[in-house]
Design a protein around this ligand. Structure first.
Ligand code: HEC
Length: 164
């Protein structure tokens, strides 16, 4: 056998060796053995838990808290007015619909709360960044933003209407 024939044979043998069908191989379940069982959380660690949190009472303090949280977390995309043209959007991020979109005007507070908790589409959720109480505060502030942009003259008191 000359050198090139030996080389060819070697190549064929190597190729044949590589043809072992990996889908047929016996797999080991890494979680099956007790040595590799999933870790347990030590007692001293508090696990994150998003418990259901009822909406707190509507107060001026709650609204003010919602305003500062909205400015910090939401206005980069939604803008301070909620029109959806925040700085991140001006830099190319897809624009969310304005908060005064009819669907959002009529959406329940719970829907708004769920969106900001879990996220929607490309918007990430805030469950792990904002406490439930503060999330409700933001919902209240979003409602105030919506109403502030849809107030009618009739919804003002006579004194307010008389203001110059
Ligand atoms: C990184 C940008 C970004 C940030 C920050 C952000 N959002 Fe959004 N938001 C979006 C985009 C984009 C959508 C549209 C998502 C879609 O429909 O795919 C959206 C959608 C929404 C909607 C509409 C949901 C619906 O039912 O159509 C609400 C309400 C909302 N965001 C609230 C918030 C609040 C409150 C915050 C702050 C806690 C926040 N968002 C922070 C980008 C953002």
């Amino acid at each position: 056998m000359n050198v090139s024939a030996a080389g060819l044979l070697l190549a064929v043998l190597l190729l044949a060796g590589g043809c072992d069908d990996m889908t047929q191989q016996k797999k080991e379940n890494p979680y099956a053995s007790s040595e590799t069982a999933p870790a347990t959380v030590p007692d001293s660690v508090v696990e994150f838990q998003d418990s259901d949190h009822p909406p707190p009472a509507l107060t001026l303090t709650l609204l003010q808290r919602g305003q500062s949280e909205f400015h910090a977390f939401c206005s980069p995309c939604h803008a301070e007015t909620g029109n959806g043209h925040g700085m991140v959007v001006q830099r190319g991020f897809p624009a969310p619909e304005p908060l005064t979109d009819p669907d959002l005007m009529t959406a329940s507070p719970r829907h708004l709360y769920d969106v900001l908790t879990d996220g929607k589409g490309i918007m990430y959720g805030f469950a792990q960044r904002i406490s439930p109480e503060d999330r409700w505060a933001i919902v209240a502030y979003m409602r105030a933003l919506q109403l502030s942009q849809h107030a009618t003259l009739a919804s003002l008191t006579p004194e307010q209407q008389a203001m110059p």
